[in-house]
Design a protein around this ligand. Structure first.
Ligand SMILES: [Zn+2]
Length: 237
């Protein structure tokens, strides 16, 4: 089992931990600051430093053992042994973009206020597919989103039981994704104060203003009940 350090502090960039398992595809550790691919958000990349000081490039992070552990994918694990103390450091610039985009999608959820069919958070752009029969007004979505970002509301997390979640089904916004649970079976809620509250296992910024300037780049019809909204960073355009 891997202790998911990024869940309690998404700003952690590095940790020292021990190798618990080595497979053809990657290295598993006791704890990790690397976010594993899931919930639409890409897995982290970065470096793993071995006891002898060799630096291995981690090209992706994925969940294994039904999500209980995570594997850091490397081209070769030569020189690494189970029990070794290693240092893990994420590519922070890349992760911070993913955190800002991920957080922006929470606000987009609130701006559109419709069930979500699916979504994707990439380094260059992020998108959500909404279950909506009618079109969306791009300019209106943009201005609502901007307003939420400028409100600079704090972002917090807490855990609830399955029973509490069952009593509030509206907390599960993405119909295709199972809500994230921890070892004790509780579910993580993420709140953008006064704007959005939903079950989510991803990494977020500490306040909405930290997302920065976001532009709604596209609103597309992707099928009868599917309206796709794509956002980019204004700085990139
Ligand atoms: Zn989230």
């Amino acid at each position: 089992m891997t202790e998911a350090l990024y869940r309690d502090d998404s700003y952690l960039k590095s940790c020292t931990t021990r190798v618990t398992s080595i497979t053809d595809t990657g290295i598993e550790t006791e704890a990790s600051v690397f976010y594993p691919h899931g919930g639409g958000q890409l897995g982290d990349t970065g470096e793993l430093v071995t006891p002898s000081g060799d630096i291995l490039q981690v090209t992706n992070t994925v969940k294994v053992s039904d999500g209980a552990s995570q594997s850091h994918q490397v081209a070769s694990s030569a020189g690494v042994n189970v029990g070794d103390e290693v240092q893990l450091t994420i590519d922070w610039e890349r992760r911070y973009r993913l955190m800002r985009f991920h957080s922006a999608l929470h606000l987009l959820c609130a701006a559109v206020n419709a069930p979500v069919n699916g979504g994707s958070i990439q380094v260059e752009r992020a998108r959500l597919d909404f279950n909506l029969p009618d079109g969306l007004d791009k300019a209106q979505v943009q201005s609502t989103l901007e307003g939420f970002i400028q409100q600079d509301v704090p972002v917090s997390t807490r855990w609830i039981t399955n029973e509490e979640l069952a009593a509030q089904p509206e907390l599960v916004r993405t119909m295709a994704v199972k809500p994230p649970t921890n070892a004790t079976g509780t579910i993580r809620l993420v709140e953008f104060k006064g704007i959005d509250l939903q079950a989510c296992g991803g990494t977020h910024v500490a306040s909405s203003a930290e997302i920065g300037a976001i532009r709604v780049s596209k609103v597309e019809n992707k099928g009868k009940q599917n309206r796709r909204v794509t956002v980019v960073f204004d700085d990139d355009v």
